[in-house]
Design a protein around this ligand. Structure first.
Ligand SMILES: [Cu+2]
Length: 214
């Protein structure tokens, strides 16, 4: 009996509620539409934000090295004419650097690196000593960030080529030589300035004390 009364008492209100929803004024209906739209907009915003966060990795990533010729770890009996790094997208042509450094620490690449779409390459001399040659790249990614790395191949039979300059000397003269004032000049300058300021402050303090005493 109680169950029946419960059901009979609950059903009418439900129907009433339903009816009342249908009977709402146009203004109220517009309100609910607006709310639904707002909720939908928020949901879409959250979803796109989530996707953006998820997509941030790949979308904002640097250009990625896809392959190198000769292949990383290759065993070669004769040296390659060029070393070519290929990336997943076109590189920016600014400030590319590609070097091939031999087991003797000498530079075996020569000339300037060439950027061609997704590739950057450099000419290589006839090689010298057998052993590991390190191929290094530093390029400007499509997104403007620099990317760099090294790969290597092994020359199994010594060649008769003549090396370029020492890799260290070449890189330091290229990087620091034109850079101008070395760091130690700034350090000495800072020490002199600081020391001078300190001496002035101390002397000034002493004379101040003396004059105040008198
Ligand atoms: Cu980047």
């Amino acid at each position: 009996m109680s169950g029946r009364t419960l059901s009979s008492s609950t059903v009418p209100p439900a129907g009433h509620e339903l009816r009342s929803v249908h009977d709402t004024s146009p203004a109220a209906r517009r309100m609910s539409h607006a709310v639904r739209r707002a909720v939908g907009a928020v949901a879409i915003a959250l979803l796109t934000a989530g996707l953006a966060v998820l997509g941030a990795g790949p979308a904002a990533a640097h250009s990625v090295l896809v392959s190198v010729d000769p292949a990383d770890g290759a065993q070669l009996s004769t040296g390659p004419a060029r070393v070519t790094f290929t990336f997943n997208e076109n590189l920016q042509p600014s400030f590319p650097s590609v070097t091939v450094v031999g087991p003797d620490g000498n530079l075996w690449s020569e000339g300037q690196p060439v950027v061609d779409g997704p590739r950057v390459s450099i000419a290589v001399r006839a090689l010298g000593p057998a052993g590991k040659y390190t191929m290094a790249y530093r390029v400007t990614s499509a997104d403007g960030h620099p990317v760099s790395g090294t790969r290597s191949f092994t020359l199994t039979a010594a060649g008769h080529g003549t090396p370029g300059p020492k890799a260290d000397a070449a890189s330091s003269s290229g990087g620091g030589g034109s850079g101008g004032v070395p760091v130690w000049v700034f350090i000495v300058g800072a020490v002199v300035l600081f020391g001078g300021g300190l001496a002035f402050a101390l002397l000034g303090g002493k004379t101040g004390k003396k004059t105040s005493k008198r």
